[in-house]
Design a protein around this ligand. Structure first.
Ligand code: BTN
Length: 312
């Protein structure tokens, strides 16, 4: 019913009376009103006057009805604690692969290494459930595929020179545009699901919480349609995941990596490593050249050191 009302409103530029809508759909005007309220909660700007209803704007709405062909696999929440929690529940209950939980805001958005992810209005926050046919030890390939796919969509669809930073950030220049977080659960030595959580600075201002971050709207100089970003990513990601076993993903990822060749500092919960990043190996680990020889770092937060004389 909600989608029927939305379709009628979208097809009409004029105001439609509640009476006309209720007669057309065979329900009471109160029922129409309830569905109009629901659409507003999803973010549709619907004007209500004594004459009836008119849809003013749906440019930046991320509702299931904006994703034809995948509407049954999009769950949108105006506000949640974290889409990671929602997606974990969905995955444990057996939702289909490539179900995505998206939110307008997150009260407790999470970043890697237990950091907070600032999740104010205008950003794109979602977690997609992946059920790859891979052993757990190869699960890291899914993360690299996700960041590479996202960087590709940003370059191809939005003409933004997005690159990847180890392990999974998207940078434009030296500024962070998006971050990825993953959670995996296994069953009987097989991956049950990997949930990829992505936060993209789209129309929000991330510099309040993180001065070295940037948003897509800032780069483009105009508001950007979040559903175009989300549908572009989900379509390309699913296509790539279903096409092969990702055995070449690290080599492809390295072509767009900003990290290799840079002096970096990598912080884990307990340690800090410094050196020159010389490679990302087959297992996704960062190889650092340090004063004491080569060191393999399997996880952590990587900070690129500024370019300086003798620092490349
Ligand atoms: C990072 O760079 O530290 C990763 C950030 C990941 C943020 C996203 S926003 C959607 C999903 N829900 C969360 O709570 N976190 C991820």
């Amino acid at each position: 019913m909600t989608s029927d009302i939305l379709a009628i409103l979208k097809a009409n530029d004029d105001t439609l009376s509640g009476e006309a809508l209720s007669a057309r759909l065979g329900v009471t005007r109160v029922t129409i009103w309830k569905h109009i309220q629901k659409l507003r909660e999803y973010g549709y700007a619907i004007e209500a006057t004594p004459k009836g209803y008119r849809l003013d704007d749906s440019f930046d709405v991320i509702s299931p009805w904006e994703f034809p062909g995948r509407s049954d696999r999009i769950q949108y929440f105006p506000e949640v604690d974290s889409t990671m929690d929602v997606a974990r529940d969905l995955a444990r209950k057996g939702c289909p692969a490539y179900t995505a939980a998206a939110a307008g805001r997150q009260r407790k958005g999470r970043g890697r290494l237990d950091r907070r992810w600032d999740s104010t209005d205008g950003g794109l926050y979602f977690t997609v459930v992946v059920r790859p046919d891979l052993p757990p030890v190869l699960g890291y390939r899914v993360n690299f595929c996700a960041s590479l796919t996202l960087a590709g969509i940003l370059r191809e669809r939005f003409d933004v020179p997005a690159r990847v930073k180890w392990p999974n950030d998207i940078l434009v220049g030296e500024k962070k545009l998006a971050g990825l977080l993953s959670e995996m659960e296994t069953r009987s030595d097989m991956i049950s699901f990997i949930n990829i959580g992505i936060g993209i600075n789209v129309n929000n201002d991330p510099t309040v919480a993180e001065p070295s971050a940037v948003s897509l709207s800032r780069i483009k100089g105009a508001p950007v349609c979040r559903k175009t970003v989300l549908s572009g990513f989900l379509d390309a990601f699913q296509e790539r995941m279903e096409a092969d076993d990702l055995s070449t993903i690290i080599d492809e990822w390295k072509e767009y990596a900003l990290t290799i060749g840079r002096r970096v500092r990598v912080a884990t919960v307990n340690e800090v490593y410094e050196g020159r990043a010389v490679d990302v190996d087959e297992s996704g680990a960062l190889i650092l050249e340090t004063g004491e020889g080569l060191r393999k770092v399997v996880h952590g937060d990587c900070f690129h050191q500024p370019y300086m004389e003798g620092n490349k």
